[in-house]
Design a binder for this molecule. Structure first.
Ligand code: DNO
Length: 392
C-alpha cells in the first residue's frame, strides 16, 4: 500500500494547473476555499463546486489545507465562540461532501517564516531560506518591536547589528517583505505599525494559555469530527520555536504528545511535516513517527539543512538532515499496521528550469515539486519492494 500522492493546489488562480499536477502523477490535490474569509462557514455549494473541478481533471479531493482557525479563536477574543460554531458547521459540510482530513495550524498571527524565498543554490535553482541573523535584525531594527532586545542574547544582538549594517536598502526591504509573507489576509504590503498592532493583541497570552485555547478548541470540534468521520491534522510551527515574542505550541515531540493526551481521539491528529519538525535538531523524526503512528493523518515530506547558527535552507527532498529513506520506511510500517494509505504531498520544491521565469507561490512551483514527488515515490517503491522481498 503506497501513500496517497497529492500536491497542493491554490485554486483556479494558481499558475500551476490541475493538468500539471495530474501529469506529475498525483491522484489527488489538497486545497482550500481561500476566497472565504477566515471564521466564516464554508457552504456546501462552494465545496461541491471545487470538488467537481478537481474530479473533472481526473483527481480527487479528500484533504483540506487549510480550514483556518481565526486569531480570535486562538486568543479567545471577539467573535471566537461564533467562529467555533462556524468551524463545526464547516466540518459537517465538508464531511457531507465526502472530504476526510482537515489540516489547520495554531500559530498566532504568522504562518511560516523565511527571510529569503529565492535563495540561490549552487546549480542556479532557488530555495526557501531562513537566516537567523537577518531575522533578528528584522525584529530589532526594521520592525523595532518593543522589548525585542530582551528575547536575544548579547552575541546574537551583536551579530544581527553587524548583519544589518552590511545590508543595502534593497536587501532590508526584501527581508522585511519576506518575513511577513506568512501574514495572511492581504496582498498589500504591511507597515511595521500594522504588524506591531497584531502582535500586541497577543499580549498576556503565553504558551500555557495558548495551549489551553488549543485544547478548548479541540474539545469543541473533535466530537463533531468523530461524529462525521472526519479527522483533524494540526500542522507544526514553522520554524519550530517562538518568534517575535509570540508563543508557539506545536514545535516539539512533547507539544504533540500534550495535544494528543488532552483530547484523546483518533480524530485528533497531526499533519506530520518533516520539514517543520525537522528544523529542530532535538526532534527525533523517526521516533516521533513511531510514537504518533495512530494519529498521523497527513504527511508533508520535505527536507531542511541546518547549520550551527540557527539558519536553514530547504534542501532537495532526499538531501538535507533528515534521512528520508528511514522516514519513509517508518511510514510504510504504519500504513501496513493501520491498513491505510496516508495522504502525502511533496512539501515545497526548488524553483528550477522553466519555472525560474514564472511567479508561483513561494515553494510551490510545478517542476521542483514534481522532482520531489518523483524522488519520494521512488524511495517508497523501493522500500515496499524490499519489504515484500523480506516477507515472501
Ligand atoms: C507552508 C504550509 C503551511 C500550512 C499551514 C497549515 O508551505 O505548509 O502554510 O499549509 O500551516 O495550516
Amino acid at each position: 500500500m503506497l501513500m496517497h500522492q497529492t500536491m497542493r493546489w491554490y485554486g483556479p488562480k494558481d499558475v500551476v494547473r490541475l493538468s500539471d499536477i495530474r501529469q506529475a502523477g498525483c491522484e489527488g490535490v489538497v486545497t482550500a476555499l481561500h476566497q472565504i474569509p477566515v471564521g466564516d462557514v464554508w457552504p456546501v455549494e462552494e465545496i461541491q463546486l471545487r470538488k467537481k473541478m478537481i474530479e473533472d481533471a481526473g483527481m480527487n479531493w479528500t484533504v483540506i489545507e487549510s480550514l483556518p482557525v481565526s486569531d480570535d479563536i486562538k486568543r479567545q477574543t471577539g467573535n471566537w465562540q461564533q467562529h467555533i460554531e462556524n468551524y463545526k458547521t464547516s466540518i459537517r459540510n465538508l464531511a457531507s461532501c465526502g472530504l476526510k482530513v482537515i489540516t489547520y495550524n495554531f500559530m498566532p498571527v504568522l504562518d511560516w517564516i523565511r527571510t529569503d524565498v529565492s535563495y540561490e543554490m549552487p546549480d542556479g535553482s532557488k530555495a526557501l531560506y531562513f537566516n537567523r541573523s537577518q531575522f533578528v535584525a528584522f525584529d530589532l531594527f526594521l520592525l523595532k518591536r518593543p522589548g525585542a532586545d530582551l528575547d536575544y542574547g548579547p552575541d546574537e544582538i551583536k551579530k544581527a547589528t553587524a548583519t544589518f549594517a552590511s545590508m543595502t536598502e534593497a536587501e532590508k526591504e526584501k527581508v522585511f517583505r519576506n518575513c511577513l509573507l506568512g501574514l495572511p489576509g492581504s496582498d498589500d504590503a504591511f507597515t511595521p505599525e500594522q504588524v506591531l498592532s497584531e502582535l500586541k493583541k497577543y499580549e498576556g497570552i503565553d504558551e500555557q494559555k495558548l495551549k489551553q485555547h488549543l485544547f478548548y478548541f479541540l474539545e469543541q470540534v473533535i466530537p463533531v469530527a468523530e461524529e462525521t468521520g472526519m479527522v483533524m491534522a494540526i500542522h507544526p510551527d514553522d520554524p519550530p520555536y517562538a518568534v517575535l515574542g509570540l508563543p508557539r505550541i506545536m514545535s516539539t515531540e512533547q507539544d504533540a504528545a500534550d495535544m494528543l493526551a488532552a483530547v484523546q481521539s483518533k480524530a485528533n491528529g497531526l499533519c506530520f511535516c518533516t520539514g517543520s519538525f525537522g528544523a529542530r535538531k532535538d526532534n527525533d523524526l523517526p521516533k516521533m513517527i513511531r510514537r504518533f503512528a495512530d494519529n498521523i493523518h497527513f504527511l508533508h515530506l520535505r527536507n531542511t539543512k541546518r547549520d550551527e547558527e540557527g539558519n536553514f535552507y530547504e534542501a532537495a527532498h532526499l538531501s538535507g538532515d533528515a534521512d528520508m529513506y528511514t522516514l519513509i520506511s517508518e511510514i510504510a510500517a504504519i500504513q501496513q499496521k493501520r491498513n491505510i494509505s496516508i495522504p502525502m504531498r511533496p512539501d515545497h520544491g526548488h524553483q528550477m528550469l522553466d519555472d525560474l521565469d514564472k511567479t508561483t507561490y513561494p515553494g510551490y512551483s510545478a517542476i521542483g515539486r514534481l522532482k520531489g514527488l518523483a524522488e519520494l515515490r521512488g524511495v517508497e517503491y523501493a522500500v515496499q519492494q524490499s519489504n515484500t522481498a523480506v516477507t515472501s
